[in-house]
Design a protein around this ligand. Structure first.
Ligand code: SAH
Length: 261
């Protein structure tokens, strides 16, 4: 069955400190016709202040899904977008809030979509940002760029609503059908673990300092967004490489053939 935007677009709040913001986010979502609130390790929830700020949207707090990690919150998603109040060290594929709304609505018919929000005091970690296919920045005043968490949720939820209304009214949006679904977030994580292991066994990654290489490879695959079949081929290739290394009795060397040891 084809799912509609409200049923398959979730807004994920990571480690929120203030229950008032959780309530404000619930209200913003319900105002814009969205239903799914995911909370990753909220610091205080359930909370009276959340219910108070949610006003008539307390039902979204009752149905909110609480999990321990961002990985769990987005595991079944085919599109994951992170919101960020500032530029990061490694630039990542970016969407405007408008493009984010359009893409979320277009893709929601084929797989669950997540829009992810960070902590009030320090946003999302680099590891969390790297779990996401795209980053979106609300083009705020560069001298004072950080919106209140619930206000940022409101802006993105509004863009999702505008895109959904445009689609209902026969707008131009369409998701280019592909013969295979894009790989799920949890399968991408298994792939990155496998890739890191294989590249380490090969001697290509230094286990004492693997971070930058993996971050860049993550960014590459985020741009490409392999489908499930392509990911299966990539994992099969890694296994073949590992089998070759193990058969030849040891590790590879950067840029060289596998050698003993
Ligand atoms: N001091 C933090 C600000 C966090 S604001 C930092 O520098 O990252 C809390 C959350 O609101 C952010 O993690 C992000 O999810 C959202 N947010 C705030 N301002 C935003 C903006 N201009 N664009 C996109 N998201 C924003």
């Amino acid at each position: 069955m084809v799912k509609s935007a409200p049923d398959s677009i979730r807004f994920v709040l990571v480690n929120s400190a203030h229950p008032g913001n959780i309530g404000g986010a619930a209200r913003a979502l319900k105002n814009m016709g969205l239903k799914q609130l995911y909370l990753v390790a909220p610091r205080e929830f359930p909370a009276a202040n959340a219910i108070w700020r949610a006003a008539g949207a307390a039902d979204l707090l009752d149905t909110a899904v609480v999990v321990e990690t961002l990985e769990e919150a987005v595991a079944d998603c085919g599109l994951v977008v992170a919101t960020s109040a500032r530029e990061r060290r490694i630039p990542w594929p970016m969407l405007t809030p408008r493009e984010c709304g359009a893409r979320a609505v277009a893709e929601a018919v084929v797989h669950p979509v997540a829009v992810v929000f960070g902590r009030e005091d320090r946003g999302l970690t680099n590891e969390e940002l790297q779990l996401c296919n795209f980053h979106v920045h609300i083009p705020s005043n560069p001298d004072y760029s950080s919106l209140n968490l619930a206000a940022a949720v409101q802006v993105l939820a509004y863009e999702v609503r505008m895109a959904a209304l445009e689609k209902e009214q026969g707008g131009q949006l369409s998701y280019a059908e592909w013969d295979r679904p894009p790989a799920k977030s949890s399968d991408m994580e298994l792939y990155f673990d496998h890739l890191q292991r294989a590249l380490t066994e090969l001697g290509f990654i230094d286990p004492d300092n693997p971070r930058q290489t993996m971050a860049r490879l993550r960014r590459l695959f985020s741009r490409v967004r392999p489908d499930d079949m392509e990911l299966g081929i990539l994992r099969g290739m890694l296994t073949a490489i590992q089998n070759h290394i193990h058969r030849s009795g040891g590790r590879g060397r950067p840029g060289g053939d596998a050698v003993d040891g």
